[in-house]
Write a protein that binds this ligand. Structure first.
Ligand code: PEP
Ligand code: MN
Length: 252
C-alpha cells in the first residue's frame, strides 16, 4: 500500500498524513513535489523544499517515499529524496527519459499512459529493464474513454492481463482512475480482485482545501475505515493484508 497526498503542500499537512498512515501500518508515503498539471496556472508543487519536508517526516515515521520524476533534468534533484521513482502517465511514452531512468538503481513505479495499450505499457517497462533496472512496478491509473462520468476508466482487466504477460508487480491507482473519493473503495476492491499486488491511494487531512486532486482524495478517517473491508478481498485473493509488505519486499 502506498498512500499520501497528491502533492506535498506544507510541513503540517505531510506530517499529519505520514503519522496517520504509519499508525495504520502503511509503509510507503506518496507525495508530488513537481506536479504535471494540465494548466500552467495550477499549483505546480513545492519543488525541492517539498521533497525535504516529505523526506524528513518519512524518516521520522520509517516510511519509504514515492515521488514523481517529471523530467530528466530533475532526476539528480529528486533521486536522493526518493525510495521509489514515479514515472507519470504523461511520460510513459517518453522513451529517451525511460532509457536514462533504466540506468538508475532505485525501484521505478511506471504509470500506464492514459492512452496506452497494455502492449505499449509493457514495452515501456522493457525500456527501463533494458537499462539494467530490474525493480520495475507497473501501475494502472485509468485510461481515457468516451465516458466522462469518471475522470478516467479503471481498466481492471488490464491489471489481470499485465499480471499474465509479465513477471512485474502490478499496482492500481484508483484516485487518478476515478477522480471521485466516493469511488475509491469499490475501485480498490475491484483492482485487488483482479490480481493487483498493491494500491496507491491519495489521502489528505483536508481534501476540501487540497491544492491538487482534492475531490479524489480520501479523508484520513475514510481511508482507515476502508482498510478492514479491503483486507477481506485481499485475503480472499490469498494475499496478506500486511500493508507494509511491498516496502519490505523492496527492502526500503
Ligand atoms: C499522480 O499520481 O498524482 C499523477 C499525476 O498521476 P498520473 O501520472 O497517473 O496522472
Ligand atoms: Mn494526483
Amino acid at each position: 500500500m502506498i498512500a499520501g497526498p497528491c502533492a506535498v503542500e506544507s510541513e503540517e499537512q505531510i506530517e499529519v498524513i505520514a503519522r496517520t498512515i504509519s499508525q495504520l501500518g502503511v509503509g510507503l508515503l506518496r507525495g508530488g513535489a513537481y506536479k504535471p498539471r494540465t494548466s500552467p496556472y495550477s499549483f505546480q508543487g513545492l519543488k525541492e523544499p517539498g521533497l525535504k519536508l516529505m523526506r524528513n517526516v518519512a524518516d521520522r515515521y520509517s516510511l519509504g517515499v514515492v515521488t514523481e520524476v517529471m523530467d530528466l533534468s530533475l532526476l539528480e534533484t529528486v533521486y536522493p529524496y526518493a525510495d521509489i521513482l514515479q514515472v507519470g502517465s504523461r511520460n510513459m511514452k517518453n522513451y529517451h527519459f525511460l532509457k536514462e531512468l533504466g540506468k538508475t538503481r532505485k525501484p521505478i513505479l511506471l504509470k500506464r499512459g492514459m492512452d496506452a495499450t497494455v502492449e505499449e505499457w509493457l514495452l515501456a517497462a522493457e525500456y527501463l529493464l533494458l537499462g539494467g533496472n530490474e525493480q520495475v512496478i507497473l501501475c494502472e491509473r485509468g485510461i481515457r474513454t468516451f465516458d466522462d462520468s469518471t475522470r478516467n476508466t479503471l481498466d481492471t482487466v488490464a491489471i489481470a492481463l499485465a499480471k499474465e504477460l509479465s513477471h512485474l508487480p502490478v499496482l492500481a491507482d484508483p484516485s487518478q482512475a476515478t477522480g471521485n473519493r466516493d469511488l475509491i473503495k469499490p475501485a480498490s476492491m475491484s483492482a485487488v480482485a483482479s490480481g493487483a499486488d498493491g494500491l496507491m491511494i491519495e489521502v489528505h487531512d483536508h481534501p476540501e482545501k487540497a491544492l491538487s486532486d482534492g475531490p479524489q482524495s480520501l479523508y484520513l478517517d475514510q481511508f482507515e475505515e476502508m482498510l478492514p473491508d479491503l483486507a477481506r478481498i485481499v485475503n480472499a485473493m490469498g494475499r496478506t493484508s500486511n500493508w507494509k509488505q511491498e516496502a519490505e519486499v523492496l527492502d526500503i
